[in-house]
Design a protein around this ligand. Structure first.
Ligand SMILES: [Mn+2]
Length: 342
């Protein structure tokens, strides 16, 4: 620890962001969840945590906005072999269902989908108990996907400790489907499951949404204000008419309670910043729009209690762009989370 030089290049065997901290020493602990069993379109999200770990070593530790978040100590847990094994088993079962675009009531496919959901419940339980244990030790916890389904257990663990918790959700997708392609725990149903099964979550604010089905629009409309979605197209139109992003950010933060968890799907950003993520949609937030949103949340006096980052997919050619962006969003999330609690 004493020999650590924050200005030097980091070695290949160093920890996340090139840091020397063990999870025991670190104030911020990152939980990698290499799981993508229900990915419906492009795959690769299970490689997100290891790719972000590699790319994080290139991020400069001094940050113009948040200063020196590394001083608090940041560590990432080792890649969990159990979760990887469940992911592979679940993906094999899911492939049969996905190839047919759903179960269509076929008993064999219904059984496959049930086995996928059973693996997902195991994964949910693992994430919940891992995050819960870290929270009980006073850690700030960031969960790194994997596809967006990995957020459920993390949100559940945080909501238990912070009744009335608010969620700030950056995503191209509303993720409010009751089930998708036959899977109750699909990545496309994550926020539906959160809102239906975790009553301690008082408010969901969605930002950047630009892909939505009618069922999801109905869910938002019938939520009695518990779900507030700020659609990408409407925000862009208002900006073209002269409203500033700063004003929009204030508008979006205003409904959130004091304690907020940030669930950040990388595809909420402009796809130029995440070209290999599974389900890209044109439009979305620039990097600075996203970081200024997180900054404004912290500056508003609210407390960021935890966060996740999902759907980062590395390119197969080693070009390291998606994970570079992911690692930088991650460092900002860590920095502003620490700031919000200082
Ligand atoms: Mn998404």
């Amino acid at each position: 620890m004493t020999a650590f030089d924050p200005n030097a290049a980091s070695g290949e065997e160093s920890g996340v962001f090139g840091l020397p901290h063990s999870p025991h020493e670190a104030a911020v602990v990152l939980v990698p969840v290499p799981f993508e069993a229900t990915v419906s379109y492009g795959g690769g999200a299970s490689e997100g945590p290891s790719a972000i770990l590699r790319a994080s070593r290139q991020v400069d530790l001094y940050d113009v906005e948040v200063g020196k978040p590394y001083e608090a100590g940041i560590a990432m847990l080792d890649d969990p072999a159990d979760v990887r094994a469940w992911d592979l088993a679940a993906r094999t079962a899911a492939a049969h269902v996905l190839a047919r675009g759903g179960t269509h009531g076929d008993p064999a496919l219904v059984a496959s989908a049930a086995s996928v959901d059973a693996y997902m419940e195991r994964m949910n339980g693992w994430v919940r108990s891992t995050v819960d244990l870290l929270l009980s030790r006073g850690k700030i916890v960031g969960t790194i996907g994997g596809d967006h389904s990995v957020s459920f257990g993390a949100i559940e663990a945080h909501a238990r400790r912070h009744p009335g918790l608010g969620l700030l959700h950056v995503d191209a997708h509303a993720d409010l489907r009751e089930a998708y392609e036959g899977f109750a725990w699909s990545h496309a149903s994550i926020l539906h499951n959160v809102m239906a099964r975790i009553p301690a979550v008082s408010k969901l604010v969605q930002v950047g949404i630009r892909d939505l089905c009618e069922e999801e629009a109905d869910q938002i409309a019938s939520s009695g204000g518990r779900i507030q979605s700020y659609f990408d197209a409407e925000l862009a139109e208002a900006r073209f008419g002269g409203e500033t992003w700063a004003a929009q950010v204030q508008r979006m933060i205003e409904p959130l309670p004091h304690d907020v968890y940030v669930t950040f799907d990388i595809d909420g950003l402009d796809p130029a910043l995440c070209p290999h993520t599974g389900t890209k949609v044109p439009g979305g937030l620039s990097f600075q729009m996203a970081t200024s949103l997180i900054a404004a949340l912290a500056r508003s006096g609210r407390r960021i209690v935890g966060f996740d980052l999902t759907e980062v997919v590395p390119a197969k050619d080693g070009s390291e762009w998606d994970e570079n962006v992911g690692a930088r969003i991650l460092y900002k999330l860590i920095g502003w989370t620490l700031r919000s609690r200082a």
